[in-house]
Design a protein around this ligand. Sequence first.
Ligand SMILES: *Cc1c(COP(=O)(O)O)cnc(C)c1O
Length: 438
Amino acid sequence: MTGLYERDKRSLSTLSNLRFFPQSITGGKGSYLIAEDGRRLLDFSASWGAASLGHSHPALAAAVAGALKDQAGASHLSTANLPAVELAEKLLALVPDRAAGRVWLGHSGSDANETVARAVLAATGRSRILSFKGAYHGGTSGSMAVSGHPVQQGVPKAAGLSLIPFPDGYRDGGEAAAAQAALDHLRALLDGPVPPNEVAALFLEPIQSDGGMIVPPDGYFQEVEALCRRHGILIVADEVKVGLGRSGRFHAFEHLGIQPDIVVFGKGLGGGLPVSAAVGPEAIMNHSAAFSFQTVHGNPVCAAAAKAVLETIERDSLVEQAAEVGLHLKGLLERLQEKHALVGDVRGRGLALGVELVTDRQTKEAAKTATALTVYRAFELGLILYYVGVSSNVLEFTPPLTLTKEEATAGVALLDQALSDVAAGRVDQKKVAAFAGW
Ligand SMILES: *Cc1c(COP(=O)(O)O)cnc(C)c1O
């Protein structure tokens, strides 16, 4: 019998592969995935945060079964359907007043960001967009066009896009210096080549996740917000990865002390099903009909799943749990930093954490190879963990919001072992070389 991973290789395109080790999964429950060989793998990624309630959550299973038992069509393009309306009403109640206009529903963070990028230009009549170097807003042409992540080098950018530096306290000389330099850069841009009255919107990630789980310095985004308000620039908070409780607050932008005009949700919103949402002012979100749609947008099954996710987050106090377990996990990771020279920085909020690996704590040279070896070895030991970062050297922790402290402790023990094995040269580089990662 051929193994699942081989069958995947022989049948599925690699175009969407982002593989770090030969993971083949046949099931899962809670924070654990079941591998084809029967191993239980502790999932510290939750499929990049998408499986926000863990795997096989009963509330999600019930919502999906219920929606399919009495299926309100497949779409909301040409009909109102009950689950889509209920989800939209719920989302409107959750965002700040200035964003609580109308909800657009999609399949992914990518289609939501792409729609917002098009709608802000069309509705404001302005031609420019600001976003950050290192930002990941999606993998479709229109969302890549407003992203700044190096994995998308060579992909055409939007004509009016300017990429600005995201302040990185670890690499840019501390929080205050990083914030000042980034603000100086933005002000110089708006005083010169980028007339602010031509800028429709600024896209931001409250924690720059795929860029390296970079937490912006305190106060930085309040200054950015003030600049945007002065010039009528809309603020788009991309909460796709770190929103909906993951950061230890309901919205990750709450940590920044700002109020975005448009909020984009994805990943964890569906608890593992494909659904996204963009929530913003009526003037933008009702710009015109038939502007941005795909056939099964507003799908009632996915909408019912998302509603169940939001209800479960509330009912089970998962925002508080993410804050508490996240603090515990971060503490354990800081202990690893004391023990392993490879660990340069531990950062993040709630259950959105990053561990940056460096070859030398003084020069902070990215330990790219060691990072690939670490996640590979962790997988062999039973822990699922991927990496991010513009230099591919930041371990990313986005476990299910339902993760327990005991599970966090068990996972860090595996990571501890993996780091020791990498430092001691006990991981086979040849096996890892087959995985390009990103
Ligand atoms: C993953 C991600 C996206 C894109 O979401 P997809 O579901 O992959 O389309 C957009 N923004 C951020 C911040 C993300 O992390």
